[in-house]
Design a protein around this ligand. Structure first.
Ligand code: ADP
Ligand code: MG
Length: 354
């Protein structure tokens, strides 16, 4: 009887040992599958108000997404403060108010030099020296957070002429040896490419942390793709109808960048007329040859600068835009004031999945 009992006990412990082993294996398999499947499909979203707009980061990474987002938003805050020409402690304020050569840091020199290159390529439509005009029109302190119409007045002809006389990218002098800049009375405003620069820095930060990360960063309609959706699919981006709430087209991107400049986000209405923040350097008035310009480029700085330029050039200069911009790896989608659509030859490639 006692012998039987011991045999039973032995069998029982063998059974429970095996079931424990099976259970443990199942748990290990589940954990391994979870770890392998988790990353490619999991996107985390972050949003913060910076650069005068809402910035949205969507990222999937094996690295730490919270840390990456913190670093990106801190960098955007830094750029936004450093290059705000109307804040007294910024480098641009210092440059704009010095009457002589001023030595600047590498980043400032490189960014201004780049902005001047865009000015030359676009025949001055993109002009980073319109600070006095932008300030005169009241757009220097205009942010999406405070978009009331109040407090805006249309400057008179004399004021515009004076500000125009103290504008023009050709007045800027660069000393490449001393890394010094002389503004000769103009006020530098990098608003036309600052967002693109910040998006490009965001891209660099994310890719340094994890070269395989995917997702995108979006700042007030400008988008920098980090990598294909789920590692293989296109991101679908709508081009907003500037006079409605729908989209006028869709583009498909796995990499690169897209930016839109429009007359519908930063503007005021006076006596039934719309005055927006994209200034024609030839007239000193808001440019009137387009209501929206979207540009696809390899990088966010080009997309940003070229979308501002394409807007300013408008339909009047469409032949120039459609010839020159694609040579600089930029495809354009322009909407005229009478809501006709103009596209560079290569743009359609992005409107379909081939
Ligand atoms: P948004 O910032 O609304 O997306 P843009 O990228 O086109 O629009 O940049 C608009 C900003 O560019 C203006 O707020 C101003 O600081 C600056 N800007 C205005 N007109 C010009 C111009 N002709 N060339 C370069 N920058 C400009
Ligand atoms: Mg721009």
């Amino acid at each position: 009887m006692r012998k039987r009992n011991r045999q039973d006990l032995n069998r029982l412990s063998k059974v429970s040992f095996f079931s424990l082993l099976v259970l443990l294996s199942v748990v290990i398999i589940i954990v391994v599958i979870a770890v392998f499947l988790r990353n490619p499909n999991m996107y985390k979203d972050f949003e913060q108000f910076t650069l005068g707009t809402y910035v949205h980061l969507k990222i999937s990474t094996k690295s730490n997404p919270d840390l990456i987002s913190k670093e990106i938003f801190a960098e955007m805050d830094r750029i936004s403060q450093k290059f705000d020409p109307y804040k007294k402690d910024s480098i641009l304020y210092e440059l704009n108010h010095s009457n002589d050569w001023l030595e600047v840091d590498d980043e400032t020199f490189a960014l201004i030099e780049l902005a001047l290159r865009y000015a030359k390529i676009t025949d001055g439509a993109f002009d980073p020296t319109l600070g006095r005009l932008i300030d005169l029109w009241g757009f220097s302190h205009f942010s999406e957070k405070f978009s009331e119409n109040d407090g805006f007045t249309v400057p008179n002809a004399k004021e515009i002429e004076e500000a125009l006389n103290k504008s023009g990218y050709e007045k800027i002098q660069l000393d490449y040896n001393k890394k010094a800049i002389k503004t000769n009375g103009v006020w530098i405003d990098l608003g036309g490419l600052a967002k693109g620069y910040a998006l490009e820095r965001a891209y660099q930060i994310a890719k340094t942390a994890d070269p395989e990360c995917s997702g995108f960063v979006e700042a007030g309609g400008d988008i920098r793709i980090l990598g294909p959706k789920f590692g293989k699919d296109f991101w679908i981006i709508g081009i907003k109808n500037p006079r409605g709430t729908d989209s006028v087209s869709y583009i498909y991107l796995k990499s690169g960048s897209v930016a839109t400049s429009g007359d519908y986000e930063r503007y005021f209405i006076k006596d039934g007329l719309r005055y927006h923040h994209l200034i024609n350097p030839k007239t000193g008035f808001p440019a009137n040859g387009a209501i929206s310009a979207t540009v696809i480029s390899d990088d966010a700085i080009s997309a940003d600068a070229f979308s501002t330029a394409a807007f300013v050039l408008g339909v009047q200069n469409w032949l120039f835009t459609r010839t020159v911009f694609p040579k600089n790896n930029s495809e354009v989608f322009l909407i005229s004031p009478d809501q006709k659509i103009y596209k560079t030859d290569g743009f359609s490639m992005y409107e379909k999945i081939y």
